[in-house]
Design a protein around this ligand. Sequence first.
Ligand SMILES: N[C@@H](CCC(=O)N[C@@H](CS)C(=O)NCC(=O)O)C(=O)O
Length: 222
Amino acid sequence: MTQTACYFISGSPSCWTVMLALAVKGVPYDAIRLSNTMGDQKAEAFRTINPRGTVPVLVDGDVTVRETNAVLAYLNAAYPENPLFGSNPAETAAIWQIVQEAESRYRTPIGNITRPIFRGKTSEKADELNEAIVPVRTDLKELESGLGERDWLVGTHLTAADLALYPAVMQLLRGATKDDASLLDLRVAPLAEYFPVLAGWCNRIEVLPGYDSAYPPHWRDD
Ligand SMILES: N[C@@H](CCC(=O)N[C@@H](CS)C(=O)NCC(=O)O)C(=O)O
């Protein structure tokens, strides 16, 4: 049987996306946790696996894949069950649009908002953060109206689009519910109050088989 491993940093949205994809595909894997604080991803031992020194990295037998989107594409090709990229060309394009934009429009701007909050710099950076949330909230509103009555972002089944965005939304909520975040004008949490449709979409992801094993381990502790 093929040995599969996913190298990850706890709380990294892109790692979480890949681990959710492994869960949806039903692929058993070893989750190998690296410490960002210790700089494990930059250590020589890990550079032999990924010279770029980033996670996520998937090792599947003799195939090693870095870059979240490349991992999603690989998993979909290697494990056809539960397709993640739609069932017709229009769906495939719509899914890839979201997957490609996930980093630029969600993970990166959301990381720029939550990082100062997690590092105790909320009050110092309040004006900057209140400004940074504006385009994110606009995108969330677009997602909310796009979802409408549907269960998933594209088509009638869960796809890579859902898996790409969910962890970023969760990271934003985690930041927005820290005590200091009450100093800010984020208006995203509670999600059910500000974005009820997105809240329902999150609930659907949270009951997926394998969801718990993909959940960021250090989030369980606090
Ligand atoms: N475009 C890359 C981004 C990878 C990335 O920056 N990962 C972060 C974790 S979210 C990381 O490895 N950070 C540690 C570092 O760069 O030292 C991908 O999607 O895989």
